[in-house]
Design a protein around this ligand. Sequence first.
Ligand code: ARG
Ligand code: ZN
Ligand code: CA
Length: 254
Amino acid sequence: RTGCTTIPVVVHVVHRTNAENISDAQVASQIEILTADFRKQNADVSTLPGAFAGLSGDARVTFELASTDPDGNPTDGITRTRTSVNGFTDDDAVKSAGSGGADAWPADQFLNVWVCRLAGGLLGYAQFPGGPAATDGVVITHTSCGNTGTAAPPFNLGRTATHEVGHWLNLRHIWGDDGTGCNGTDFVDDTPNQGGANVGKPAFPHVSCDNGPNGDLFMNYMDYVDDDTMVMFTNGQVTRMQATLDGMRSSIGT
Ligand code: ARG
Ligand code: ZN
Ligand code: CA
């Protein structure tokens, strides 16, 4: 498809402590960041080295908090659920009321985002297209949600959700998920072959897998660097996400 797709989002805030019950403003900041990043409207895209600037693409997706709930009633697109769970894991318990979380809204119509306390330093996780509807969506820890409230450096610019929604639209990690090897692939043609994940704030260029002189595209949302260091999707990644919107996720958005 050409043009933009607007995706209705429901944010399920699942909280044990008052801090975990993040504000509407913190949720809103995350939605704004998602749209900016997926429309290439993020100001920090200007920090890309010249050698990589031409790779950066507008993903043509915008995000809005849902205004109508699954029963057809008005909503602010945020659900709030108190839990006794002190730190969720990636076992999907947060996605079900029966295990201390909140049930998904119909995944063919909504992007479900759960915000909770994740244990063990996990920032977030996502379900790829094609999985069960009841667990479809992304989960992010509250300290990496948006850019205000409990958001804490170096993951306080809302990029965990950008990364996880990239997975939800079928993007793979840019290093190809083969540890530090040079044989993995992200199934995208314009991303340089890259050894392993980058973390923190690498210096440009970071060369691996004979990908010099420009090296790894560590400024990509699908690497593991700090929020202030990831600033772009590539045109090839945009093509892959748009194919998902035309295919396995064609029921969602307008
Ligand atoms: N799934 C990844 C993790 O939990 C998310 C990485 C997000 N990176 C970021 N800079 N926000 O480790
Ligand atoms: Zn990831
Ligand atoms: Ca690799």
